[in-house]
Design a protein around this ligand. Structure first.
Ligand SMILES: NC(=O)c1ccc[n+]([C@@H]2O[C@H](COP(=O)([O-])OP(=O)(O)OC[C@H]3O[C@@H](n4cnc5c(N)ncnc54)[C@H](O)[C@@H]3O)[C@@H](O)[C@H]2O)c1
Length: 307
């Protein structure tokens, strides 16, 4: 016996899902934009690359910037450039995000000296770039501590105030490597898969707690020209280009402004991810081989170590 009400409801859900898929992939309709003015934004890993570029994009928008990094020189320079770009309030802290005690200690300082963080951008990241069996245990631990565990501790430190105010935004700078495994990047992929799972889960918790004022944006970019993945080249740069850091930062700032939950850059990643969900593994391997993603880490050099 058919249950027509159930079928009708399912069709409505399917229609809604289809609509969301198309809307998210092609950004057909612009979402309402929120203002940054007055927000306290904390960026981890702000001394270089994407962290710095996001700070510079936010600088003229009336926010208070809190910059966390272990690279003090780089962070001072980000602060200087942000002030040059119009930021009035910039606070710089030395924080080793891989160390839970340091995260809690610096978070307490921020709460006392600056106030409650309302936009948290977990951006600090590290990569080894070796085959898993050649990766020293201490560096594997570091990858997980910086790329994943730091997100746990920063959420513990700053989310309670967001829940109390029912206002806030949690930004997880993950990676395409968190959507699909890759050779010579196992620990990094694992850390990014975990970061995505964590951010997605807390977003669900906020929804079930009816704290929908606390938003989440998960960012999954392909390779960006910051130095972190130096040497890695795209086989088809027109289809899968290495990204410009300033462009990525612009997309992140605009995604947060529009409360966009997931951001894949470039857009072709939406298509590849969609295909990965249902194509057989052999077909995916062929596809990735075609795009040169399978062995792109063979030429990895990474950021040169500072003397
Ligand atoms: N560069 C890429 O191709 C790429 C692609 C996708 C995702 N991502 C992600 O984007 C984020 C930013 O990457 P990026 O390209 O700007 O890298 P980057 O190396 O330029 O910057 C990373 C920053 O994190 C800081 N950092 C490292 N360990 C830290 C620690 N323990 N505590 C505090 N800060 C620490 C570094 O000092 C540096 O300033 C990372 O999470 C990275 O995984 C990068």
């Amino acid at each position: 016996m058919f249950n027509f009400r159930c079928i009708k409801k399912s069709l409505q859900y399917l229609k809604f899902l289809f609509f969301l898929l198309i809307e998210n992939t092609f950004c057909l309709f612009s979402r309402p934009k929120k203002y940054y003015a007055g927000e306290i934004v904390l960026i981890t890993g702000s001394a270089n690359g994407i962290g710095r570029q996001v700070a510079l994009k936010l600088a003229p928008l009336g926010v208070t910037l809190v910059l966390w990094d272990i690279d003090d020189e780089g962070n001072k320079e980000t602060s200087r450039l942000a002030q040059q770009n119009g930021a009035n309030r910039v606070f710089v802290y030395h924080c080793d995000c891989s160390n839970r005690e340091d995260v809690y200690e610096q978070a307490d300082k921020v709460k006392k000296e600056v106030g409650d963080v309302s936009i948290l951008i977990n951006n600090a990241g590290v990569v080894i770039g070796k085959r898993f069996l050649d990766s020293p245990d201490s560096l594997v631990d570091k990858t997980m501590a910086v790329n994943t565990m730091a997100h746990f501790w920063t959420y513990k430190a700053f989310v309670p105030a967001m829940i109390a105010a029912n206002h806030g935004h949690l930004v997880s700078i993950a990676s395409c490597a968190g959507l699909c495994g890759g050779s010579q990047i196992a620990d990094y992929c694992a850390s990014k898969f975990a970061a995505i799972g964590f951010a997605e889960s807390i977003d669900m918790e906020m929804r079930t707690l009816k704290k929908t004022g606390v938003k989440t944006t998960i960012v999954c970019p392909f390779v960006i020209n910051t130095g972190m993945f130096d040497g890695v080249k795209s086989k088809w740069p027109r289809v899968l280009p290495s990204l410009d850091p300033e462009y990525v930062a612009e997309r992140i700032v605009s995604a947060v402004r529009q409360n966009q939950e997931i951001l894949f850059i470039p857009r072709i990643i939406y298509v590849l991810y969609f295909l990965k969900c249902f194509l057989p593994v052999k077909a995916i391997v062929l596809l990735f081989d075609y795009f040169g993603v399978l062995d792109c880490m063979n030429t990895f050099k990474g950021r040169p170590k500072k003397e």
